[in-house]
Design a binder for this molecule. Structure first.
Ligand SMILES: Nc1ncnc2c1ncn2[C@@H]1O[C@H](COP(=O)(O)OP(=O)(O)OP(=O)(O)O)[C@@H](O)[C@H]1O
Ligand SMILES: *[C@@H]1O[C@H](CO)[C@@H](O)[C@H](O)[C@H]1NC(C)=O
Ligand SMILES: *[C@@H]1O[C@H](CO)[C@@H](O)[C@H](O)[C@H]1NC(C)=O
Ligand SMILES: [Mg+2]
Length: 345
């Protein structure tokens, strides 16, 4: 025992600086330091600067999503209903058996990308800018059919890597009609009813497929409804769902043609987008004006909507491009309006 004290004493003499510090200030410094690191590493603080993956048990606020869809998505009562049902069920299920897979179908400019982005924003507030939301474009990311094998491996490793990093990842595949079928089959293992694949669980992820496939079938069904004097809102999901799943399955250009995704029932919901009427185009114009912070001018609204082309040839009911060119057309009109007011001054 005296030996130990003898060793300690010269050590203390060697470190006069340390000995000079008051125990109180040492304690204080340690306290402040640990509080600071605790604060900095606290999720709320950290995640307000760096985007974080939602913590386990994260739910989508269905009420907020419904409000957004009611307010911003026009003329798509079926898509709204299906997506809300799908998302609420999936998000509130503590242990889903497979990832959520939605296949969105419809004519150009009817809101497929728009709805996907709205939905993504309810999982990750940064939406498409989030590092947990991934948008794949067939023509951009997978342009060369001869490189299929490379793409397959790339896509599998991306999805695996991203879901490992965040189970709540959202994957959007745009232009499915231009996607090589082999590519879709490559992601099949992730969409299936497996608890885990190579130690990664994909069951909290969301996969959204967008395509124009089946758009003609939907348009025809909607026109038939109109011809028989029925209301657009009377169209029910069952009127379209079968037409769609069979039509898409048998459409060589759907990206899902005879795909094992449909074969194995891995698509949870087919979401039909109806062709947009003149009145819906006007709603898009008004929304765009408001978004730009301008007063709604009904003359301009009418003029922009009238400039769009409509089909079928005789009835001229549905916009050829949906709401797609509204922004560009509005640019021109507002330009003219500005010049006109300037000229008057
Ligand atoms: N139903 C809708 N309600 C509100 N806005 C819409 C709707 N459809 C389209 N828009 C507007 O038009 C723009 C283009 O639509 P979007 O990109 O979603 O079309 P799409 O269905 O993906 O078409 P495509 O098949 O040609 O890619 C959207 O950004 C949105 O501003
Ligand atoms: C969900 O959204 C609604 C409407 O935006 C809001 O009032 C409500 O507080 C939200 N609920 C939760 C749990 O965040
Ligand atoms: C996640 O996906 C993106 C493509 O959206 C890819 O560039 C990235 O490498 C992937 N991350 C991982 C860890 O695989
Ligand atoms: Mg699109």
């Amino acid at each position: 025992m005296p030996g130990a004290a003898g060793l300690l004493l010269p050590l203390l003499l060697l470190l006069p600086g340390l000995a000079a510090l008051e125990p109180l200030s040492v304690g204080l410094a340690i306290g402040v330091a640990s509080a600071l690191t605790g604060y900095l590493s606290h999720p709320n603080f950290y995640c307000s600067y760096v985007e974080c993956c939602p913590s386990a048990g994260h739910r989508i606020n269905a009420t907020a999503l419904r409000e957004q869809l009611d307010e911003r998505l026009f003329g798509q009562h079926l898509a709204k209903e299906v997506v809300l049902r799908a998302v609420t069920g999936f998000s509130h299920n503590p242990s889903p058996k497979k990832p959520l897979t939605l296949s969105l179908h419809g004519w150009a400019g009817t809101g497929k990308n728009f709805l996907s982005q709205l939905l993504a924003r309810h999982v990750h507030p940064a939406g498409l800018r989030s590092k947990f939301v991934h948008l794949f474009l067939a023509t951009l990311h997978f342009p060369h059919p001869q490189q299929l094998q490379l793409y397959q491996e790339q896509l599998q490793s991306w999805i695996r890597g991203n879901v490992s990093a965040c189970p709540y990842s959202v994957f959007i595949f745009d232009e499915m009609d231009k996607m090589h079928q082999g590519l879709i089959d490559a992601i099949k293992p992730f969409l299936d009813y497996y608890e885990q694949v190579d130690g990664v669980s994909y069951r909290k992820a969301i996969f959204i497929f967008l395509s124009n496939a089946g758009g003609d079938l939907i348009n025809k069904a909607v026109l038939d409804f109109w011809t028989s004097g029925k209301d657009r809102e009377e169209i029910q999901l069952k009127d379209l769902e079968r037409v769609l799943s069979v039509g898409v399955f048998n459409n060589k250009n759907s990206g899902l043609w005879h795909s094992s995704l449909i074969d194995r029932n891995l698509i949870d919901y087919f979401v039909p987008f109806l062709p947009l009427e003149h009145k819906h185009v006007k709603m898009c114009v008004r929304a765009e004006m408001k978004a730009r912070g301008h007063a709604v001018d009904e003359k301009v609204v009418e003029a922009v909507a009238d400039e769009m082309t409509y089909f079928p040839k005789e009835e001229k009911l549905y916009s050829d491009k949906g709401c797609k060119t509204v922004q560009a057309k509005l640019d021109i009109h507002e330009d003219i309006a500005v010049k006109y007011t300037n000229a008057k001054d």
